[in-house]
Design a protein around this ligand. Structure first.
Ligand SMILES: Cc1cc2nc3c(=O)[nH]c(=O)nc-3n(C[C@H](O)[C@H](O)[C@H](O)COP(=O)(O)OP(=O)(O)OC[C@H]3O[C@@H](n4cnc5c(N)ncnc54)[C@H](O)[C@@H]3O)c2cc1C
Ligand code: FES
Length: 261
């Protein structure tokens, strides 16, 4: 697991003008919420959540934000990348009614999670949010997995507003047993507070800048020394409520604090 496996890209799906999915061969067992380290030759190695799990292949879904994702965006079928994983823990889907809330590229790991929940016979309610209609993805797939509510900041599709605001209303109407979320940290923090207040079970997939992804370097720590690459990236309500930096700041590659908001 410590060495990347060299694989050829099998398929590329353009989810929208800014987001692509890359399919690669993958024969190991991987759970929704777990991630892989993707080595882009000559550029970088970056964490990516698994976004589809099929027999012998997986996908990861990404937005072009910098050097590594920019290079991935230009890659073609047959190009070579390295893959380490599965890494970290997965979602634990508890209760009978689960509300999934995904914002931006945080929608990606929720697709296999909602698929698994449906397979387990759970009732899914799904809120996906984006800034604008063009930035939404997985709408068709999510529709098949439960009651789907779309939100956009500008109202160009679905309900106008922030995903966290829409989700708060949905929580009060639908009374889910659990909220499972991934997306901007301020959105997840807001949902954490709502779930603590109402006594609802909660899990979030947290992002931190990663280097080794092996639990060695300490770069990805949150709270009192919790390693997002090892103890996470999925954390429960009781753990996150004790992390005073959750929803407040992250750290860049040199360890400097970068405040949210
Ligand atoms: C466990 C985990 C799973 C992830 N899964 C996905 C995924 O499924 N899809 C996806 O698109 N992205 C995902 N990410 C984020 C992704 O790894 C980063 O966006 C990527 O490393 C950026 O690399 P880059 O070289 O393209 O950009 P960089 O040049 O490194 O950064 C460009 C911009 O993005 C910001 N950035 C970089 N890393 C992060 C980060 N971890 N969180 C927030 N902002 C960051 C930088 O501050 C900078 O402003 C995940 C991160 C983690 C920790
Ligand atoms: S990235 Fe090194 S400990 Fe997590």
């Amino acid at each position: 697991m410590n060495y990347p496996e060299i694989v050829r890209i099998k398929e590329i799906v353009e989810e929208n003008p800014y987001v692509k999915s890359i399919f690669i061969p993958f024969s190991k067992t991987i759970e929704p919420g777990q991630f892989i380290m993707v080595l882009i030759p000559g550029v970088d190695e970056i964490p990516m959540s698994v976004s589809r799990i099929k027999d012998g292949e997986i996908s990861f879904t990404f937005k072009r934000v910098g050097d590594a994702t920019g290079k991935l965006f230009e890659m073609e079928i047959g190009d070579v990348i390295g893959v380490r994983g599965p890494l970290g823990n997965g979602f634990e889907l508890r209760g009978e009614r689960i509300l999934f809330v995904g914002g931006g590229t945080g929608i990606a790991p929720l697709l296999p999670a909602a698929e698994k929940a449906k397979h387990l016979g759970k009732e899914n309610i799904i809120v996906i949010g984006a800034k604008t209609k063009d930035e939404l993805f997985f709408v068709g797939e999510m529709k098949k997995l439960g009651k789907l509510i779309i939100s956009t900041d500008d109202g160009s599709e679905g309900e106008k507003g922030l995903a966290a605001d829409i989700a708060e209303r949905v929580i009060d109407e639908e009374k889910p047993d659990m909220v499972v979320t991934c997306g901007p940290e301020l959105m997840m923090k807001r949902l954490l507070d709502i779930c603590v207040e109402r006594g609802i079970d909660f899990q979030a997939s947290v992002e931190r800048y990663m280097k080794c992804a092996l639990g060695l370097c300490g770069q990805c720590c949150i709270g009192e020394g919790l390693r997002v690459c090892k103890e996470g990236p999925v954390f429960d309500k009781d753990t996150l409520i004790k992390c005073s930096d959750f929803g407040v700041f992250t750290r860049d590659a040199s360890g400097r604090r970068v405040y949210f908001g």
